[in-house]
Design a protein around this ligand. Structure first.
Ligand code: TPP
Length: 533
């Protein structure tokens, strides 16, 4: 007899899903009992952490990734992370334990009441199978939902007595064998028309979004920009959750501002705005103005029908971003337009103790390793980071697409697990770090050689900046006095030190990045302020 559990483990093997990110409870133990040696269980100490690690792992590996959560309270803790994963289009297959079937209706302890509702609206599909025999098929369906475009989390609640039940072998075998793919080339006639529009435009511009990287369209985006001499902006704000175009490329002109008025003003003079692989646009804050510059039209290419439908302006073509770009490169000729002017290098920041956020990012740029990956959640230094690192390889940058804190510090560990050959540096505000701080234990316990750079300014700086913008004064809760992240790190087993000048930081980072026996944490004391360059 094959059990539901055996059939499900075979399904996970067939999809290469042998790493499980989880936090166990008694309702999950039957699935985890005697986990075979070819499976790896990565323990996170709180569910937001579990999901954040899995999110980073799924994005960096491009593979569906299994998250196993404890029934109602575990899923509840995870919801913020699931919201991030949906915005990040991370293909997570989330399973959670449930009370035994005989005790669900009477709502015995650990019943996940209305289990499928809990993670809504952040999952693409949510299900509790009606029979134990349906578990492998339900998980297979969740895998397909998670990986079909747009990628994102799918959820299955599994009563704990299902695992030892007898599987329906024919169903399980067929579920395991199915290959479901969803990369579709957009309508060739639409693409041909778009190629002509680009060629004939007087002053077209490309907005590069995160799905260029996720879809493997990076080199095609570069080829299109070079052929058509397009200036390239990175998509604004949280739509810059991944980098879609090399930021040291002569055609790259910067990151768009995220509010309506300034965004349209920045694009003034362009007659065709081509947005590729991005939400149009996750505006914030609200600074009204026209959506488009005078005389401009906009065309977006996205694999996400919802993104296409909800955009407030312009046309959209739905289909795989990488394949669309390849087709456009083939169709578009060489333009003899003048290319954009290259961006100047950022100025050297003045010496100071404590250093500025710009100086901290200059130190990081100085020691930036070959193949390095930045995972960022450092609000007041986010612009300085982009401007100084100018990351220029695929898969080099991750931040939350929804702005939900707690993603960065956890995703840094997941990205490093998925990319063991590339050094990961996680740049985190001291406030942001606390949302997922227990991930430091996982990093130490699993010897994940990620470098955490924590920027300590003793405040929620960006909220002070927003207070000014919103003309709010006297809001409580914006100061973080005495928050010693190095002491916390040491308690979790991560070697940590504090520095306050650029030179000290350069040295500390050089050592921390070179260490390959486990994580290191460097806390940089930085001055209060917003650091834009
Ligand atoms: C889960 C969650 N809670 C609260 C917020 C609101 N928030 C946005 S930025 C921020 C402060 C971040 O502080 P820190 O990481 O120290 O960075 P700084 O602004 O000082 O650079 C907060 C609390 C959020 N985005 N996500």
């Amino acid at each position: 007899m094959t059990t539901v559990r055996e059939a499900t483990l075979e399904l996970f093997r067939a999809h290469g899903m042998t790493t499980i990110f989880g936090n166990p409870g008694s309702t999950e133990l039957p699935m985890l009992a005697d986990l075979p040696d070819d499976f790896r269980y990565v323990l996170g100490l709180q569910e937001l952490v579990v999901v954040g690690m899995a999110d980073g792992y799924a994005q960096a590996s491009g593979r569906p990734t299994h998250v196993n959560l404890h029934t109602a309270p575990g899923v509840g803790n995870a919801v913020g992370g699931i919201g991030n994963a949906k915005a990040n289009k991370a293909p997570l297959v989330i399973t959670a334990g449930q009370q035994v079937r005989a005790q669900v209706t009477i709502e015995a302890l650990l019943t996940n009441r209305d289990a499928t509702v809990g993670p809504q609206p952040y999952v693409k599909w949510s299900h509790e199978p009606p029979r134990a025999q349906d578990v492998p098929g339900a998980i297979a369906r969740a895998i397909h939902h998670a990986t079909l475009p747009p990628r994102g989390p799918a959820f299955v609640s599994i009563p704990m007595d299902d695992w030892d039940a007898e599987a329906d072998e024919d169903r399980a075998l067929n579920a395991r064998r199915r290959v479901v793919t969803g990369r579709t080339v957009p309508d060739p006639a639409e693409l041909a028309q778009l190629a002509t529009l680009i060629e004939e435009a007087r002053n077209p511009v490309l907005i590069a979004g995160p799905d260029i990287d996720a879809s493997g369209g990076w080199y095609a985006a570069v080829a299109l920009a070079e052929k058509q001499r397009l200036p390239v902006w990175a998509s604004p704000g949280t739509a810059s959750s991944r980098i879609g175009f090399p930021e040291n490329h002569p055609n790259f002109v910067g990151v768009l501002p995220p509010a309506i008025g300034p965004l349209a003003q920045t694009l003034d003079g362009h007659d065709l705005i081509l947005v590729v692989g991005s939400h149009v646009f996750p505006y914030y804050p609200y600074i009204p103005g026209p959506l488009l510059p005078e005389g401009a039209s906009l065309v977006a290419i996205t694999s996400d029908p919802d993104e296409a439908a909800r955009a407030p302006m312009g046309d959209a073509i739905v289909g795989d971003v990488g394949l669309a770009l390849q087709t456009l490169v083939e169709l578009a000729g060489n333009s003899d337009r003048n290319g954009p002017e290259s961006r100047p290098a950022p100025p050297d920041p003045p010496e100071a103790d404590p250093m500025s956020g710009s100086a901290a990012m200059a130190a990081l740029a100085e020691v930036w390793p070959d193949g390095g990956i930045a995972v960022a959640e450092a609000p007041s230094s986010a612009s300085a980071l982009r401007n100084r690192l100018r990351l220029s390889e695929p898969g080099s940058y991750y931040q939350s697409a929804s702005g939900g804190l707690g993603f960065g510090i956890c995703a840094g560990v997941g990205v490093q697990l998925a990319e063991p050959g590339r050094p990961v540096v996680c740049v985190i505000g001291e406030g942001s770090a606390q949302y997922g701080i227990t991930v430091l234990w996982t990093a130490a316990a699993y010897k994940v050689p990620v470098t955490f750079l924590v920027l300590r300014n003793a405040e929620y700086m960006i909220l002070k900046w927003f207070s000014e913008f919103e003309q709010v004064s006297g809001a409580p809760g914006l100061e973080l006095p005495g928050l010693d992240t190095t002491a916390v790190a040491r308690a979790y087993g991560v070697p940590a030190e504090t520095v306050s000048t650029r030179d000290q930081l350069t040295e500390a980072l050089r050592e921390a990045i070179a260490a390959d026996d486990g994580p290191r944490l460097v806390e940089a004391r930085v001055a209060s302020g917003m650091w834009f360059e």
